[in-house]
Design a protein around this ligand. Structure first.
Ligand SMILES: CC(C)(COP(=O)(O)OP(=O)(O)OC[C@H]1O[C@@H](n2cnc3c(N)ncnc32)[C@H](O)[C@@H]1OP(=O)(O)O)[C@@H](O)C(=O)NCCC(=O)NCCS
Length: 165
């Protein structure tokens, strides 16, 4: 099982940390740039305060290596009955293809494993080949489909699972 895949091209120059309330504005901006039906600012506020969800951000490091609060990507999951349900993964369009997505998934899977979950699942639009390949590198495989799940009922979702034990 390769959920901590060392071949995952994790980007240098970024640090991965738990999301805090002050990050919500930047998270929502990236959400709006990334999805045709973005979650609202209010829904992210609820996510970060209701205790069920755990969110992570990728912060850009300054040239001298100092941590900044400049957010280039985020991801999150719900912890339900011993399983992790991944809700969102998104990287700012100007920072894609550099390994930030892999870094976020790696950080999240470490957290999921530390909490003792036995499996992780997510839905992804079936034509989102970049995301599907990325999840595949971390051990996710397609286990089914949800018909008409995305884009106002016009696109199907793949349901992917990774076993973590
Ligand atoms: C899917 C998404 C999160 C991936 O984020 P990302 O930061 O671009 O991901 P990575 O850079 O880690 O990997 C993506 C690709 O870049 C490549 N890559 C990674 N590091 C690289 C590097 N240093 N140099 C060049 N390419 C690199 C990877 O090999 C991968 O290539 P692939 O398409 O052949 O698989 C991002 O494209 C995104 O936000 N999309 C819109 C939202 C979305 O679809 N989210 C998923 C919903 S389920």
């Amino acid at each position: 099982m390769n959920y901590l895949n060392p071949e995952a091209h994790i980007a240098d120059g970024y640090v991965y940390a738990r999301a805090r309330a002050e990050h919500i504005g930047q998270i929502h901006e990236i959400e709006c740039l990334s999805f045709s039906e973005p979650w609202t600012l209010e829904s992210f506020k609820k996510e970060l305060t209701d205790g069920l969800a755990r969110y992570f951000v990728a912060k850009k490091l300054a040239a001298d290596g100092a941590e900044t609060e400049f957010i280039v990507g985020y991801c999150g999951y719900w912890s339900i009955a011993g399983e992790a349900h991944i809700t969102n993964v998104a990287v700012h369009p100007g920072y894609r293809g550099r390994g930030v997505g892999a870094g976020l998934i790696h950080a999240m899977l470490c957290d999921i494993r530390v909490l003792g979950h036995s499996a992780a699942t997510l839905e992804v639009r079936e034509d989102n080949h970049t995301a599907i390949r990325l999840y595949g590198r971390f051990g996710f495989t397609a286990a089914g489909k949800r018909k008409n799940y995305y884009d106002r009922g016009t696109k199907d979702a793949l349901v992917m699972w990774a076993r973590l034990d």
